[in-house]
Design a protein around this ligand. Structure first.
Ligand code: ASP
Length: 339
């Protein structure tokens, strides 16, 4: 308890150079979601805020409905919620994915359940409409955990998953975003170039979900277009179990969003899980501790974390984290920035 108080105090005392948000855990949560850290608050319009809130609510409703079905698993809820966000153009996953440096969309996703610790993932896919479903299919229908590129696409297609033309992932706002970066890169102005990279850095809008089913089993999933202007072939944390996604019934389920290279190096999702499991830290202290470590190292981002008792926490070291949860009684709440 004292330890917890100290670690929370340490967070409050962090240098004012950047934001940090940690709130007391919400209890009786069965489903949590995130839509990334999003864009700067000052750039948010009321229309866009409404669109985001509507999509996040729809995702929560879709996931919660799965949890109400007899025998449904947390995996069903995670997959259903993430599919809604993948199909929306407002998040960096599926339809709203960012562009690579070459002007393509390369998607990553993973899913995991906390009972037998089974997991599945796809990386660098360009024609699979819903990468989260492909990740689950890898988990359930192949003998592997992670399939990349063409192999993942051939597998998904052979399993009857929905395949789309790569142009399906093209959206006007993302295209305009990458054009600006390229234009600045062409001009070669190093100040402008770093400002452009800086502004992209702040836009982490990967999506994810964590769920606790009626049998007491946890599940987590994450889906993304990765980092804007990333090198072709770059794989982030989202399809890496232990980095962007993790689930263990003895501790918690985690999904992250932020600068993927840091999430991989710090094994963020797994690290939170072991703090809960072996150090017996409460979920909000464990999650905040790891997000603070990231911040100290210069890694931006946030996580959603749900423990096996239904305590939910969503700390972030950015201005916002699009997030929401559904409680066991069906209450739904969505937040974009600090509460
Ligand atoms: N974590 C993702 C990646 O690095 C990006 C994001 O969260 O938006 O690929």
């Amino acid at each position: 308890m004292l330890k917890h108080a100290i670690s929370t105090l340490a967070l409050v005392m962090l240098p004012a150079m950047s934001a940090f948000s940690i709130e007391p855990a919400v209890t009786q949560v069965v489903l949590g979601i995130h839509g990334g850290t999003g864009s700067a608050k000052k750039e948010m319009t009321p229309e866009h805020e409404k669109e985001l809130r509507t999509d996040l609510e729809r995702a929560l409703q879709a996931g919660y409905a799965q949890l109400q079905k007899p025998g449904a698993s947390g995996l069903d809820a995670v997959e259903a919620a993430i599919r809604v966000l993948e199909d929306s153009p407002h998040f960096n996953a599926g339809k709203g994915a960012v562009f690579t440096h070459e002007g393509r969309n390369e998607l990553d996703a993973s899913i995991m359940e906390g009972k037998a610790k089974r997991g599945g993932a796809v990386a660098g896919v360009t024609i699979i409409k819903n990468p989260i479903t492909a990740a689950r299919t890898v988990m359930e229908k192949s003998k592997h955990v992670l399939l990349a590129g063409r192999g993942a696409e051939v597998f998904a297609s052979s399993m009857g998953l929905e395949i789309v033309d790569p142009s399906y992932f093209w959206t006007e706002p993302r295209w305009r975003q990458i054009q600006k970066v390229w234009e600045k890169e062409r001009r070669g102005d190093s100040k402008e170039k770093s400002a452009a990279i800086e502004s992209l850095r702040r836009e982490w809008s990967t999506v994810g979900a964590v769920a606790l089913d009626k049998a007491g089993s946890l599940a987590a999933g994450t889906s993304t277009g990765g980092m804007s202007n990333k090198m072709f072939g770059r794989v982030g944390d989202s399809p890496i179990l232990g980095a962007g996604t993790y689930a263990d019934n003895e501790s918690c389920a985690v999904s992250g969003t932020g600068h993927g290279e840091y999430f991989i190096r710090f094994a963020v999702a797994h690290e939170i899980s072991v703090l809960v499991k072996y150090k017996r830290m409460p979920i909000e202290a464990a999650a905040a501790d790891v997000v603070r470590q990231l911040q100290t190292a210069g890694g931006e981002g946030g996580v959603i974390a749900l423990d096996a008792k239904g305590n939910f926490s969503a700390p972030f070291n950015t201005e916002g984290l699009y997030r929401g949860y559904a409680k066991s009684d069906g209450t739904i709440k969505v937040m974009l920035y600090e509460n």
